[in-house]
Design a protein around this ligand. Structure first.
Ligand code: GLC
Length: 432
């Protein structure tokens, strides 16, 4: 048994997937340097997008706002109203699939679909908070121009277009009047939602982190440090959407490179492709195929696995939760316990690496805030995304790494989770 485990460990080291293959401190230094570059110039690996939203947004009471939340997998529509204490009520909620995922759609079809989904609530408010979870340049009026697609969405005509204006025009053409649309990223929405619950706790800074189909982070930066812009009030501060999923630093394995080449954005989103729900299952499958080729499982299992085209993150994860009763194609394999150990070690290595990279991703902006130096005033990190919370041990391991990285630097943090954070944050932005 011991030698079997040693063989698995050797395999993981050979594939670059053992914990020892990644040095958190050096990746953190690389990521911080990329963040600084993105604050100083356009066209950098990290877009570091100014959002013209500060965490000080005021929430007017008893005014409904329409919310559209276009995420990586779903498109949600609802209305939100806050009471005088800032507590939200969500009504008229509906959820559909995000257009452009199963097939390419045109720009017009996208806005038609949004307008269809909004049609029954469109007259309930003249304001819309539009959480658009893709890299978009934000104008001072807070509309969003799509820079590029991520998460395998296929609506090429929308690149370079303002999505708030497109939606407002479509609703106006349908007789709903002219709406005021505020576009914001889901990380920015998460930050605002975290602020709405963290205020009482007297946190010293706020961060919004998403780990779902995609991954990304937002934090608040002094305008004086956003040196690529000359039009900002130098005394102020605003939330920055880092688009950190595009970070390419840290070790990339052969499997990472092969998987990347097969995506719709080769060379891009390389952090996201090692960390987020859209890709973890694919990494697990590619490693399993390698294990088959290297004789870590029987020939029959290797042959069966070699035929699989896909393993979803949910299927891979279900094996970690229960190696004897999982979902998807793995359930059809007649595995010995020794082989189950191999699969468990491989899939765990995918999760552990994701957790370490997630912790580095969160730590970098937390440290840039220079806050959290007192336990009384920690940095509030609102974390959202089903991959983070549902994947076996992912949240647990991320906190462990984060404790080590931030603890060593004397920085205190408080992680929170807010139900429907993108919706709540979009509502706050839409009203403010
Ligand atoms: C992708 C998008 C980014 C979003 C993240 C999480 O990385 O580019 O805008 O915040 O996914 O949904």
């Amino acid at each position: 048994m011991a030698s079997d485990l040693a063989r698995i460990q050797d395999f993981l080291v050979g594939m670059g997937m053992a914990a020892s293959c990644l040095d958190a401190d050096s990746v953190l230094a690389e990521l911080t340097a990329e963040m600084d570059k993105g604050l100083a110039a356009d066209q950098c690996e990290l877009a570091m997008i100014p959002t013209f939203v500060s965490s000080e947004s005021r929430i007017p009471a008893d005014k409904p706002v329409l919310v559209v939340d276009a995420g990586g997998t779903n498109l949600r529509v609802c209305t939100v109203t806050f009471d005088v204490h800032g507590h939200p009520t969500i009504d008229n909620f509906s959820k559909q699939a995000m257009p452009g995922l199963d097939r390419e759609v045109s720009k017009d079809e996208f806005f038609e679909t949004l307008a269809d989904y909004l049609s029954s609530v469109a007259d309930l408010s003249d304001r819309i908070g539009f959480c658009f979870s893709y890299p978009s340049e934000i104008s001072p009026e807070r509309d969003g121009k799509l820079l590029r697609w991520t998460k395998e969405v296929q609506i090429p005509e929308l690149v370079g277009e303002y999505v708030g204006r497109g939606l407002a025009e479509k609703l106006e053409a349908r007789g709903h009047g002219r709406k005021q649309v505020v576009v914001l990223n889901d990380t920015v929405a998460a930050l605002l939602a975290g602020k709405s619950v963290g205020d009482d706790r007297e946190c010293s800074a706020y961060v919004g982190y998403i780990l779902g189909t995609g991954t990304n982070i937002a934090y608040e930066e002094k305008n004086a440090n956003i040196t690529k812009r000359t039009d900002l009030d130098m005394g102020g501060a605003q939330i920055i959407n880092c688009e950190s999923g595009n970070f390419s630093g840290g070790p990339l394995t052969e499997v990472d490179r092969e998987l990347d080449a097969a995506t719709s954005t080769p060379g891009g989103q390389l952090l996201e492709k090692r960390v987020s729900g859209a890709y973890l299952g694919d990494i697990g499958l590619a490693l399993l195929k390698q294990a088959g080729e290297q004789g870590l499982v029987s020939q029959a299992i290797a042959d069966a696995v070699a035929e699989w085209g896909e393993l979803t993150t949910i299927e891979m994860d279900s094996f970690l939760w229960n190696p004897y009763g999982c979902l998807g194609p793995i359930a059809s394999l007649s595995l010995t316990d020794a082989e189950r150990e191999v699969l468990y070690a491989i899939f765990s290595s995918v999760v552990t690496r994701a957790a370490l990279l997630a912790a580095v991703n969160v730590a970098a902006p937390v440290l840039k805030t220079r806050c959290g130096t007192s336990a009384l005033h920690p940095v509030c990190i609102n974390i959202d995304g089903s991959t983070f919370y549902k994947t076996h041990k992912l949240s647990h391991e991320t906190y462990k790494f984060l404790d080590a990285i931030l603890g060593a630097r004397g920085v205190h943090y408080m992680a929170v989770s807010v139900d429907n954070a993108p919706v709540i944050g979009a509502a706050i932005a839409g009203l403010s």
